[in-house]
Design a protein around this ligand. Structure first.
Ligand code: ATP
Ligand code: MG
Length: 552
């Protein structure tokens, strides 16, 4: 738009230049997950970045399963990745690809390199190859097999493919430069022999390409223009460029690196999440204490909140750590206007209004969201016996406690003033019932101005209350620690607290799994997608209302 200053991230600046110079005409990006686990919030960054760029530039966004490694892929992971990417709103249309579909192209590419004298079959063992590779300070040594003739290499490589040699006995290596300061360029291995059944190609192949050789070919075959990856691949870029150049792709793709998303004190790596799942520390990949996409979804986080968070965290070349409080801020921001605000008592005690008629019930009109009229009004029933939070009554209140205690008056949210008159304890000295009287003049909305009270508490009518289970979450790692110890000795024992027999207002009676609400004073909650039923609702706390984060 004219006059508008649009700040672009460094990747967009590169793309603008490429389009201006005519390097590329149509932008194609991709997200290339290895289907060996579930996606997490870090992957969301890559998905939102890549799909966002494709959208912005009217290009195409490919979802490509990077399944060239035959050991680890599982269809469970493929399915979950498809679901998660769609849920995040990244539009790949019908552009779903599998890297293993390009095994033939990769094999052809290897032959092409051999014919150009740019690849050779090497008989050194893995250990010898490592020894020959040299160090950062010292150049490597050339393999004694480096100067095999093209004919011999073609013959040996074909026989590798035909299964004539045992696993690990030979490899195909690119012939680049054993003295390169970049170790990745010291004649890297590009094919290995491994008799492993591949989930897609079965036993067709007993040789498999290495990642650094396969990935640029996958990109080039798909016509990807900008292959956006994370910083750890920066040192691999010269090899990426070498592969696409030597294979003479007409419009070679370009690799660009950006910094990974890290979250302070939160376990993000796929490997680490997998271990927690396998060790049974959490209840599956979608345990709401995790930051896998499926866990965030199950907890109740919206894709919009994740997008807002990714945008706020920015795209950069420098590693940094983001704060979970920022994600929580985005969740609150997103749900503030969307969620109905209802009353739920998580740790209930009875409140009896002694001067309220026993057989009477009033229906109070209550705004569903005071900031958003569009969410309408509901009726909330009020009668003689209510539930209130246990912590909203104290026998002997400390200073500045404005809630219920003997002799004190508070407002019941959306209803009347009540004054505490008495309480009942059980044999163990635990308060089980609080008594009060109400003042009929003070009904909320009646314009009553006779006197003021300092505290307002929420409540639920005992007659119509819905019983529910509520799950409260904290970080998996004990506070003060940054990483989870291998023996799990610093696991936070309060990472999941399950509250049973919570009392919810009647409007919760037909709650559907996945529905989100604000519980007044408690935070935002979502009916659990796995365990919640109309008869036995189960809610997950997505986030509390308190915030320690302010956007800059
Ligand atoms: P992890 O680092 O959790 O083990 P991975 O990198 O092994 O994940 P892949 O399936 O290989 O997982 O990743 C797919 C894409 O997601 C890659 O392009 C990778 O760079 C990107 N990605 C992975 N983790 C992050 C992250 N924390 N932030 C941004 N992008 C990420
Ligand atoms: Mg990986």
């Amino acid at each position: 738009m004219e006059g508008e200053v649009v700040s672009k991230n460094f990747i967009e600046q590169i793309i603008d230049k490429d389009l201006e110079e005519g390097t590329y005409k149509k932008i194609v990006t991709r997200f290339p997950p290895e289907p060996n686990g579930y996606l997490h919030i870090g992957h969301a960054k890559s998905i939102i970045l890549n799909s966002g760029i494709a959208k912005k530039y009217n290009g195409t966004f490919n979802l490509r399963f990077d399944d060239t490694n035959p050991t680890k892929e599982k269809s469970e992971f493929v399915d979950s990745i498809l679901e998660d990417v769609k849920w995040l709103g990244a539009d790949f249309g019908d552009h779903v690809y599998y890297a293993s579909d390009y095994f033939d192209a990769m094999y052809e590419g290897a032959i092409k390199l051999i014919k150009k004298g740019k690849a050779f079959v090497c008989d050194l063992s893995a250990e010898e190859i490592r020894e020959y590779r040299g160090t950062l300070k010292e150049p490597g040594k050339e393999s004694p097999y480096r100067n095999r003739s093209i004919e011999e290499n073609l013959d040996l490589f074909e026989r590798m493919k035909n299964g004539e040699f045992p696993d690990g006995s030979k490899v195909l290596r690119a012939k680049i430069d054993m003295a390169s300061p970049n170790i990745n360029m010291r004649d890297p291995v590009i094919y290995r022999i491994a008799r492993m059944t591949h989930h897609n190609t079965g036993d067709k192949w007993c040789i498999y390409p290495m990642y650094d050789f396969a990935h640029p070919i996958e990109d080039a075959v798909e016509g990807v223009t900008h292959s956006i990856c994370t910083l750890e691949f920066e040192d691999h870029r010269p090899l990426y460029d070498w592969v696409v150049r030597e294979l003479e792709f007409e419009v070679p793709p370009k690799q660009i690196e950006f910094a990974k998303l890290y979250l302070q004190n939160v376990i993000t790596g796929k490997r680490y999440i997998k271990k927690l799942v396998e060790d049974g520390v959490v209840d599956g990949w979608d345990d709401p204490r995790l930051v896998s996409i499926s866990a965030l979804r199950r907890k109740g986080v919206t894709p919009e909140a994740i997008r807002m968070f990714i945008e706020l965290s920015g795209i950069s070349k420098a590693n940094s750590v983001s704060d979970m409080a920022m994600l929580e801020y985005c969740i609150r921001e997103d749900l503030r206007m969307k969620a109905k605000r209802m009353m739920a008592v998580i740790d209930p005690i009875k409140l009896v209004i002694d001067n309220y008629p026993e057989d009477q019930t009033e229906l109070l009109d209550v705004d569903n969201n005071q900031e958003n009229e569009e969410l309408g009004v509901r009726q909330v029933s009020f009668s003689r016996e209510l539930y209130i939070e246990r912590e909203d009554f104290m026998e002997e209140p400390p200073k500045k406690y404005f809630r219920l205690f003997p002799g004190n008056e508070v407002r019941l949210k959306n209803a009347y003033f009540v004054k505490c008159t008495d309480f009942v304890k059980d044999d163990n000295g635990k308060v089980v019932e609080v008594h009060c009287t109400y003042d009929p003049e003070t009904r909320s909305g009646s314009g009553f101005e006779g006197r003021k009270v300092k505290g307002t508490i929420h409540w639920v009518d005992a007659k119509t209350a819905v019983n529910a289970t509520v799950r409260l979450y904290e970080n998996l790692i004990q506070e003060g620690d940054e990483v989870l110890k291998d023996d799990y000795s610093n696991l936070n024992p309060n990472s999941l607290i399950e509250m049973k027999d919570c009392k919810l207002e009647a409007a919760f009676a037909d709650v559907k799994p996945g529905e989100r609400f604000q519980f007044l004073r408690h935070g935002y909650f979502c009916a659990d997608s796995k365990d919640s039923t109309a008869e036995k609702p189960v809610f997950n706390r997505i986030v509390s209302l308190k915030s320690s984060y302010r956007p800059k």
